[in-house]
Design a protein around this ligand. Structure first.
Ligand code: NDP
Length: 434
C-alpha cells in the first residue's frame, strides 16, 4: 500500500477484488505463483502529461492528462477517457484496474486501461472543448493505436468529444482508423453504442430478477445520474414496463412518482445532450419536483440503478434502500456503492451487481465496434443488440458459476471478480513473467 499512498479509490477497488479472490486462490494456489497478484495490481504503464490550451479570452490554461495502461494480457488496452475536475491518478488507476476484469468478463479480447483529465467541460464553449480535446490528443496519440490501446468515452466525454479527439488522431497519424470507439456513425461508429451501457445494465438486472421469478414489469425504479448511461437505463427499464421515478446530477435529484415517459425522456435528453443544462432545468420544463443537493436513494423503490459516479451510494443510503424493501441494485456506474454499502446489500439478501458485471455492455459494444471496423462493415442495429443481450446473459452465467454460495444464494461480487480474474490470470501465467 505504501507505493499507492494517497490513492484511496485505487486501494478501495483492489481491496474489494482481493477480498473475493483470496478464498478462491487458497483453493487454487497456482494463481499465487509467478508473483501474479503483485503484477496484477501494478499498471503496466502510466502516462501523465501536460495539456496546454488557449481559452476564449486568450488565456493559457493548463490541465493534467493521464492514460493508465493497466493490462494487455488478453488484448489491447481498452477503456474510456474521463474529463471531470475530480479526476486524479487514484481515480483513473481504480477505473483501469476494474476495467481489466470487466473486459475479461465480456469474453472479447480486450485488455484494461483508462485515462482522462481534470478538465471541467461544464460552462466551456464549443470552441474551448474542441481546443482542449485537440491539445489532449496531441500527446495521447503517441501512446495509442488500434492494436495497442483503444480509448473511448466516459464521464464528460460523449460523442462530441470523441469526434474531436478522433479527428485530431486521424490528422496526426494519417490513418483513417482513428483508434477511438464511440465514434459517430458517419466515421466508423457502431449502431447501439450510445445505448449499450444503459441497456446492458437493465438486461443484466433482468437476469438477476429472473433468478427470483420476477421481471421489471410494474416495478418502481430509481436511477441516479442523467448522462449517457442513465438516459438509456431509463429508456430500457421503461420499455420493460417499469416506472422510473428519479434521475439526478451533481446539483440534486428530480423525483417524479408518475414515472418517466418517452416524451419526458426526450426533454431530459434535449436538456443534457444539446443544451448541456442541469436536471433542475429539466424539472422546470416538465413541472416535476426537484430536490437540490439530494441523492435519489431515500425514494422507496424495488430496483435501484446507480448510474452517476463512484461512491455516490454509502452505508446510510444502503440502509434506507434496504429499509424500503429494495429487491435489486445493479450498478450502471463504476463503483457507485462504497464497500460498506455493497456488503450491506449482500448481507440483506438484496440482488446486488457490481459495475464490472452489470455495466460491461458499453465496453462489450465498443469491442463489437472494433470488430466492425476491422471488417470494414457496419452491422444492423438488431445484430448488435442481440449480441449485447447474449454477452450480458453470458456475464450473468459466469457470475452464477463462480459466485453461488453453499446456501444457493449468489454473490455477484465474488462471481464477477473471480470469473474476470481467472481469464486474465490464465493468460498471464501462460505468457510468463513479463
Ligand atoms: P456522463 O458524463 O454522460 O454522465 C455522468 C452523470 O453523472 C451526470 O449526470 C453527472 O452529473 C453525474 N455525476 C458525475 N460526477 C458526479 C458527482 N461527483 N456527483 C454527482 N453526480 C455526478 O457519464 P456516463 O453516463 O458516461 O458515465 C456515468 C458512469 O457510468 C461513470 O461511473 C462511468 O464510469 C460509468 N460507465 C460509463 C460507460 C459508458 O459507456 N459511458 C461504460 C461503463 C461505465 P453532472 O453533470 O452534474 O456532473
Amino acid at each position: 500500500a505504501d507505493r499507492n499512498a494517497g490513492q484511496p479509490e485505487f486501494l478501495q477497488a483492489v481491496t474489494e477484488v482481493m477480498e473475493s479472490l483470496w478464498p478462491f486462490i487458497e483453493k487454487h494456489p497456482r494463481y499465487a505463483e509467478q508473483g501474479l497478484l503483485d503484477r496484477l495490481v501494478e499498471p503496466e504503464r502510466v502516462v501523465m502529461f501536460r495539456v496546454s490550451w488557449v481559452d476564449d479570452h486568450g488565456q493559457v490554461q493548463v490541465n493534467r492528462g493521464y492514460r493508465i495502461q493497466h493490462s494487455m494480457a488478453i488484448g489491447p488496452y481498452k477503456g474510456g477517457l474521463r474529463f471531470h475536475p475530480s479526476v486524479t491518478l487514484s481515480v483513473l488507476k481504480f477505473l483501469a484496474f476494474e476495467q481489466t476484469f470487466k473486459n475479461a468478463l465480456t469474453t472479447l479480447p480486450m485488455g484494461g486501461g483508462k485515462g482522462g483529465s481534470d478538465f471541467d467541460p461544464k460552462g466551456k464553449s464549443q470552441g474551448e472543448v474542441m481546443r482542449f480535446c485537440q491539445a489532449f490528443v496531441s500527446e495521447l496519440f503517441r501512446h495509442v493505436g488500434s492494436d495497442t490501446d483503444v480509448p473511448a468515452g466516459d464521464i464528460g466525454v460523449g460523442g462530441r468529444e470523441v469526434g474531436y479527439m478522433a479527428g485530431m488522431m486521424k490528422k496526426l497519424s494519417n490513418r483513417a482508423d482513428c483508434v477511438f470507439t464511440g465514434k459517430g456513425l458517419s466515421f466508423g461508429g457502431s449502431l447501439m453504442r450510445p445505448e449499450a451501457t444503459g441497456y446492458g445494465t437493465v438486461y443484466f438486472a433482468e437476469e438477476m430478477l429472473r433468478t427470483r421469478g420476477r421481471s421489471f414489469d410494474g416495478l418502481r425504479v430509481s436511477v441516479s445520474g442523467s448522462g449517457n448511461v442513465a438516459q438509456y437505463a431509463v429508456e430500457k427499464a421503461m420499455s420493460l414496463g417499469a416506472r422510473v421515478v428519479t434521475v439526478s446530477d451533481s446539483s440534486g435529484t428530480v423525483i417524479d412518482m408518475d414515472g418517466f415517459t418517452p416524451e419526458k425522456l426526450a426533454i431530459l435528453m434535449d436538456v443534457k445532450n444539446h443544451l448541456y443544462g442541469r436536471v433542475g432545468d429539466y424539472a422546470a420544463r416538465t413541472g416535476s419536483r426537484f430536490e437540490a443537493g439530494v441523492r435519489p436513494w431515500h425514494v422507496p423503490v424495488d430496483v435501484a440503478l446507480p448510474c452517476a459516479t463512484q461512491n455516490e451510494l454509502d452505508a446510510t443510503d444502503a440502509a434506507t434502500l434496504i429499509g424500503n424493501g429494495v429487491l435489486c441494485v445493479a450498478e450502471g456506474a463504476n463503483m457507485p456503492s462504497t464497500i460498506e454499502a455493497a456488503k450491506a446489500f449482500e448481507a440483506a439478501g438484496v440482488l446486488y451487481a457490481p459495475g464490472k458485471a452489470s455495466n460491461a455492455g458499453g465496453v462489450a459494444t465498443s469491442g463489437l465496434e472494433m470488430s466492425q471496423n476491422a471488417e470494414r462493415i457496419g452491422w444492423p442495429r438488431e445484430e448488435v443488440d442481440t449480441r449485447l443481450l447474449q454477452i450480458m446473459k453470458g456475464i450473468h452465467e459466469a457470475c452464477v458459476k463462480y459466485g453461488t454460495r453453499a446456501d444457493g444464494s449468489i454473490s455477484y461480487v465474488d462471481g464477477a471478480n473471480i470469473a474476470g480474474f481467472v481469464k486474465v490470470a490464465d493468460a498471464m501465467l501462460a505468457q510468463g513473467v513479463i
